[in-house]
Design a protein around this ligand. Structure first.
Ligand code: ZN
Length: 470
């Protein structure tokens, strides 16, 4: 990657839309300088409007291979009784068979699809660590390295969050057989984190954090050990946790501790802007206010939450309290930032029977989009997603990664739109993918809608799916 520059007739900068923007690239894939009202000089001209690429803050890559395979009623449960828990049983069955090279092939295909839809970074909540019998591979980080290899082969930025999974339920209940590939005690878990930091910690495309799976799967002692162990190595690395996704989880947590999951976590861990609470679907009003005040990012995955029948995140109250959020595609039933943002707003419209509900505020309480809901959601998800990734993302500004999306100037539904109206049209009407070109770390990965390695990646994915589903 050499130094270079990209010239955009229109670009979304942190302070707002600007014209004739020269984006100069630095030697490590960062943005070195941004000048509005500039002349193009020898820069490469972007074909259309340029916006920051979206960080995807929650991914379980292997689940992409299951998308669409669980949309029939279970034979035991019958119509209407399928739930998150019956889905999880099917997911465990699938997990039991996955081989390392298949995980790499699936993640590669997924990351190509992410890049083509405008996600330029992913936070991988990675819990499949061991072989099918539950024994560690010769390299403790074998499965993590497969995720890293897929990210490198496709060029997407990666926040790798190895999962600490130590129990089968609240109160340290023993794990089940279906969970044995996930299990580590805190000591072996921290060994894994140290290995990965040593190998990849200096790569500007990669950040290593941790993900205690949930309060179901990590006891208070495990959580303390993992957080302290990470903080000794990296005081600001991201910490993600699944929380309050299901009402049964809330009931079990109450029975175990007398507190609800979000309430318990905020009372027992130093939750701050380096934490991402994934889902946080079921919160009381006071939990909603407290989570917003903590500065932590709510990791919202509307299409997966809809698919799994989780419930509605209290978005209106959380946004009114200036809570931070980002979006993730989680189980990857959909791989589209547009669809996540749209369903976040549509869920609230259906519940409140009103329009234009979600207008997130910035730190000073202002909404910089002037009432444009699509634009406001896109900007807020950039900020929250960057925080959750623990990487300098989501801004066309000096020092940030040069992760850029060029919209197709010929997309019919974007014609005649500019500025925040363009973002509104993108979010609410961008059904035909309007992403034309994508740069990550200054390197062009998607050209005219095609990823530079998509044929090879698809061939490997085809082989993996044949082996898995035949
Ligand atoms: Zn998840």
């Amino acid at each position: 990657m050499g130094l270079g520059a990209i010239f955009a007739a229109e670009a979304l900068l942190p302070e707002g839309w600007a014209e004739n923007v020269l984006i100069e690239l630095g030697p490590q894939g960062e943005i070195a300088a941004v000048k509005a009202g500039a002349a193009p000089g020898g820069a490469d001209r972007a074909a259309g409007p340029v916006i920051p690429g979206m960080p995807n803050l929650h991914s379980h890559a292997f689940q992409r291979a299951m998308a669409g395979l669980t949309e029939q009623t279970g034979t035991e449960e019958g119509a209407g009784d399928d739930s998150f828990w019956t889905w999880r049983k099917l997911m465990y069955g699938f997990v039991g068979r996955l081989q390392p090279e298949q995980v790499e092939a699936i993640a590669g295909q997924l990351y190509v699809e992410m890049l083509k839809s405008g996600y330029t970074a992913v936070a991988e909540f990675h819990y499949l660590h061991h072989d099918p019998a539950g024994a560690p591979y010769g390299d403790l980080a074998e499965m993590s390295e497969r995720v890293v290899a897929a990210a490198k082969a496709t060029g997407i930025g990666l926040t790798l969050l190895p999962v600490l999974y130590g129990a089968g339920g609240f109160g340290g209940k023993p794990a089940t057989e279906g969970q044995r590939r996930f299990l580590n005690d805190p000591q072996r878990f921290l060994e894994l984190i140290g290995l990965l930091r040593g190998r990849h910690g200096a790569d500007p495309q990669i950040r290593i954090g941790i993900a205690p799976h949930s309060l179901r799967a990590a006891t208070p002692e495990m959580l303390d050990a993992a957080v302290a162990g990470l903080r000794a190595q990296d005081p600001t690395a991201p910490i993600h946790i699944h929380i309050a996704e299901q009402t049964k989880e809330v009931e079990d947590c109450l029975a175990w501790s007398g507190q609800r999951p979000v309430e318990w976590l905020l009372a027992h861990q130093p939750v701050d802007q380096h934490w991402c609470l994934v889902h946080a679907t079921h919160m009381t009003e006071s939990e909603t206010q407290a989570l917003a005040a903590s500065g932590a990012v709510a990791g919202l995955c509307p299409t997966t939450e809809a698919n799994l029948g989780d419930g509605f995140f209290p978005a209106a109250a959380f946004f009114a309290a200036q809570g931070r959020f980002g979006i993730g595609s989680d189980s990857h039933i959909s791989v589209s930032p547009i669809e996540e943002l749209r369903w976040l707003e549509y869920g609230q419209r259906l519940v409140t029977r009103r329009r234009n509900v979600l207008l997130p505020r910035d730190g000073s309480g202002r909404n910089r989009s002037g009432g444009h809901v699509g634009a406001a959601l896109y900007r807020a998800a950039l900020e929250g997603g960057a925080l959750a990734a623990g990487r300098p993302l989501g801004r066309i500004a000096p020092g940030a990664r040069a992760d850029l999306v060029v919209l197709d100037p010929d997309a019919p539904l974007l014609l005649g739109r500019s500025g925040d109206t363009l973002l509104d049209s993108l979010v609410f009407a961008g059904n035909q993918n309007p992403v034309r070109d994508v740069f990550v770390g200054g390197r062009q990965l998607v050209e005219a809608g095609h990823h530079i390695a998509e044929h090879d990646v698809l061939a490997r994915f085809r082989g993996a799916m044949k082996a898995l589903l035949d």
